[in-house]
Ligand binder design. Structure first.
Ligand code: FEO
Length: 403
């Protein structure tokens, strides 16, 4: 077995044995400029237990890290908290190498792993609240369906009160630092939010259920070890509180997002004037030109915005393709729970009929468009721009009046 990779002790009797993916740039349609980690954890209890594995390409690295602590054949149990391949890709080969006494997953995890690997992995299904004795320690399983997939679950270790939370509380950040508190706090908060917006926003109701489940099972962690990015060992109120706020749909009443694209500069000019009007009205504005803004950034900024303003030029009588693309992506994240306010604008050439359709599309997404579309044929003149500024000030007024 290669000794090129070593495990790192995370906390008492728990070792990080996963992989750092410095190269990852894209994770199901979500831009990941900071890479990620696929965390797996080895618990040195009487019954030695491995929590999760890694992407298949890092199988040998996982085995090498385990081997730096114990011979892999000494592992008694493997727990698969989630069947998605970034955590289970190495599972069949690890089972083959380890020959564990038992492998545990949620009931849906058992089904999903069978559907992925089409092999009899001799998996054992655990129910919500089931406990597994590790001899001198104990694991409690909490089913966390839809955080992120139907099969997702948490495992809670009584020794040190360590919550292995899989995707939850994670972030796509590759780093040599094991703990969130070793990072710049702003970077960590932004990446936690980025991950939530792009991976878990859609399943916010399930996140809320997880909190209820933790209360019911009296799971009060001192340490949270997710499967992506750094762990949390103090000030847990921060990630827990942010997840509560986001899952409950808490918005910043003062925050507006303007997303737009432009063909010959007219829609861009309108966006600038609208932004200026909103700023004069006292709003915090994020302007996102889609020519240089990743979809993931749009999701991140929309997560807590109260006002979403969409500007598109017309192309062949329809929406500009980048606008259609980002709306498809955002609508998949279920942004309109609770419903937010919105507006529509743009420059057209031959016909402005697309803006009515855009209003309907936003309505379907849970965005109430609170004024008529603000449109200009070809290039706005100074009177048009004055009108656009008034339009923006009126949006602020309506936001204030309607709370
Ligand atoms: Fe990190 Fe849903 O997998």
């Amino acid at each position: 077995m290669s000794s090129s990779f070593r495990a790192r002790e995370v906390c008492d009797k728990v070792y990080a044995v996963g992989a750092i993916d410095w190269e990852l740039a894209e994770f199901h349609g979500y831009h990941t400029p900071h890479g990620t980690t696929y965390n797996a954890y080895l618990i040195l209890a009487d019954k030695i237990t491995l929590i999760d594995t890694v992407k298949a390409k890092y199988t040998d690295e996982l085995l090498a890290r385990i081997s730096s602590v114990i011979h892999p054949s000494r592992i008694d149990y493997i727990v698969s908290n989630h069947s998605e391949l970034d955590h289970s890709g190495a599972l069949p080969k690890i089972i083959e190498a380890v020959q564990p006494e038992a492998v545990y997953a949620s009931p849906k995890g058992v089904q999903a792993l069978e559907r992925h690997f089409h092999d009899d992995l001799k998996l054992n299904a655990v129910k919500d609240g089931d406990k597994l004795s590790l001899g001198n320690m104990e694991l409690t399983f909490q089913l966390t369906s839809m955080v992120h997939w139907p099969d997702s679950m948490f495992s809670f270790l009584d020794h040190g009160k360590v919550l292995f939370s899989n995707d939850a509380f994670g972030m796509h950040v590759a780093s040599s630092k094991l703990w969130a508190d070793e990072h710049d706090p702003g970077h960590v908060a932004a990446e936690l939010k980025n991950y939530y917006a792009n991976i878990l926003w859609l399943t916010s109701r399930a996140v809320q259920k997880v909190f209820k489940g933790m209360d019911k099972a009296e799971i009060e962690p001192s340490i949270i070890l997710p499967d992506h990015g750094p762990g949390w060992r103090n000030n847990l109120e921060k990630p827990l509180g942010l997840y509560k706020d986001w899952s409950e749909g808490k918005k910043d009443p003062n925050k507006a997002v303007i997303l737009f694209d432009t063909m010959w500069g007219s829609t861009a000019l309108m966006a600038r004037v609208i932004a200026d009007g909103l700023i004069e009205g006292g709003m915090d504005v994020q302007v996102l030109p889609l020519a240089k803004t990743e979809r993931a950034k749009v999701a991140l900024e929309c997560l807590d915005a109260s006002l979403l303003i969409v500007g598109s030029p017309t192309l062949n009588g329809g929406l500009f393709p980048t606008i259609a693309d980002v709306l498809t992506y955002i609508s998949g994240l279920n942004p309109g729970k609770p419903r937010i306010k919105g507006a529509v604008f743009g420059s057209y050439g031959w016909s402005g009929s697309v803006y009515k359709k855009l209003v309907a599309q936003l309505d379907d997404m849970g965005v109430d468009v609170i004024d008529d579309p603000q449109t200009t044929q070809y290039v706005p003149n100074s009177d048009d721009l004055d009108g656009i500024r008034e339009y923006a000030l009126n949006l602020v007024k309506q936001m204030r009046e309607n709370g």
